[in-house]
Design a binder for this molecule. Structure first.
Ligand code: NAG
Ligand code: NAG
Ligand code: NAG
Length: 405
């Protein structure tokens, strides 16, 4: 039984974040590509973006194809199954295409092709020919699997389900575990020569747009991501008192007042924060003072190369070529305690509602490194749906016009 051959997309209207205030924020996101469907709508959800039911007796073509674009290295692109326990998944792992399937003939997992997580559109085509499954990438054969299925015509069960952007069953059934969230977009599909029209947002709320161009980074439209600090980066053993916090990031955002990053302790009080005001970038350390650097005059957008460092004896902040620092009267013990406590939290883009501090940030954070390691938004403890984890809009997508050198 060759599931990939029998695809028909009848995408349900896109689900919408439940919180109405969040929906309002999504409305403010840059205008998207009206042709494309965002598969990464809800954080942490196994539920596919849509589920399609197919009557196999109506299927005449053995080929399905679509264009796909992502900067997310891992997750399912679509899954499918029949009532008989046969299933199929096409996904990415380390940016590379991966097929997993289970049926009466075989249990199989195979990878193929170059990395696809480059933020460009790629055309994928999946065909079933007798006992073989063929995968094409950008018009060239990428993977041929022979003797992996019984011919479709002989399949006893007439109904099949197809699920773009998710899994139809618990992920434990996969042969190789796959991070269930895929932050990617799909367009120009042709499922078994049966085109089904559907409208985005017809569920009564705004869908999550696919940006017209996708740059590296994570785009925040008013929500936040929370990480457990103790999980983030295992600290190498440091000599007593030698603990440091090192964070590097780039910011592209319109002029605003908003929280970029914060660390809270077990009592959810703010220990450290990095925030934007219309004219400056400000770093605050509880009981350690405050540093500010002016944003380039007349140009509030890209604030590349931001670095913050809390050492045993000093607090410092860098913004491009500007640098400022202040001595610490005492080591930042409260920060160190919060960082190593199981209850310490790193917040990106927004603070929890109860916490006092700057309001949410809206814009792009990229190149984010914490303690020298890249921070993956898929490792978040919680994440707002108003975040595009693996991509920022290109210049054409910015709401606030700004040309900067
Ligand atoms: C696809 O559908 C069109 C129109 O319904 C039909 O003319 C054509 O033969 C079909 N192609 C295949 C390969 O089934
Ligand atoms: C595939 O794996 C399942 C579960 O481990 C097993 O029951 C089944 O016999 C396997 N099928 C084949 C064809 O190897
Ligand atoms: C949290 O608050 C309690 C009560 O005010 C205090 O005793 C405790 O030291 C605080 N913990 C931290 C980590 O600040």
């Amino acid at each position: 039984m060759a599931l990939p051959a029998t695809l028909l997309l009848l995408l349900l209207p896109l689900p919408v974040a439940g919180d109405p205030s969040q929906d309002a924020l999504l409305f403010q996101a840059p205008q998207g590509d009206p042709e494309a469907v965002n598969l990464g709508v809800r954080w942490g959800s196994l539920t596919p973006t849509g589920v399609i039911h197919i009557d196999l007796s109506t299927v005449t073509s053995a080929t399905s194809s679509f264009e796909f674009r992502t900067r997310d290295a891992e997750g399912p692109i679509f899954s499918g199954d029949t009532g008989g326990g046969d299933w199929f998944v096409l996904g990415l792992r380390r940016g590379q295409l991966e097929v997993q399937l289970q049926n009466s003939v075989t249990n199989l997992s195979a990878a193929a092709g170059p990395r696809l997580d480059d933020g460009r559109w790629h055309r994928l085509s999946v065909s079933s020919e007798g006992h073989a499954v063929l995968l094409e990438l950008d018009g060239a054969p990428a993977l041929t699997l022979r003797h992996v299925a019984a011919p479709l015509a002989r399949h006893p069960l007439p109904t099949m389900r197809i699920a773009p952007g998710g899994l139809l069953w618990p992920p434990t059934r996969l042969l190789d575990p796959l991070d269930p969230a895929m932050d990617g977009c799909m367009r120009r599909w042709d499922w078994l020569n049966q085109t089904v029209a559907w409208g985005q947002g017809s569920s009564g709320g705004p869908p999550k747009p696919c940006f017209r161009t996708l740059l590296p980074g994570s785009f925040f439209a008013g929500g936040g991501a929370i990480f457990t600090t103790a999980d983030l980066v295992p600290d190498p053993p440091a000599p007593e008192g030698g603990w440091e916090l090192v964070v590097e990031l780039g910011v592209r955002a319109p002029s605003q007042t908003g929280l970029i990053l914060a660390i809270t302790d077990a009592n959810t009080s703010l220990v450290l924060s990095l925030s934007l005001t219309p004219t400056a970038l400000t770093l605050r350390l509880d009981q350690g003072g405050q540093l500010s650097l002016p944003l380039p005059p007349g140009c509030p957008c890209p604030v590349d190369a931001v670095g913050l460092h809390v050492g045993p004896a000093s607090l410092s902040l860098r913004l491009g070529a500007q640098h400022t620092c202040t001595p610490l009267a005492a080591p930042a013990l409260r920060l160190r305690t919060a960082w190593t406590s199981p209850h310490g939290r790193l917040h990106l883009g927004a603070l929890p509602e109860a916490a006092e501090g700057p309001g949410p940030f809206q814009g792009c954070l990229h190149g984010l490194q914490v303690q020298g390691q890249e921070l993956d938004l898929d490792a978040a403890l919680a994440k707002s749906n108003a975040i595009w984890s693996h991509g920022c809009p290109g210049n054409g997508g910015h709401r606030v016009g700004c040309t900067c050198p």
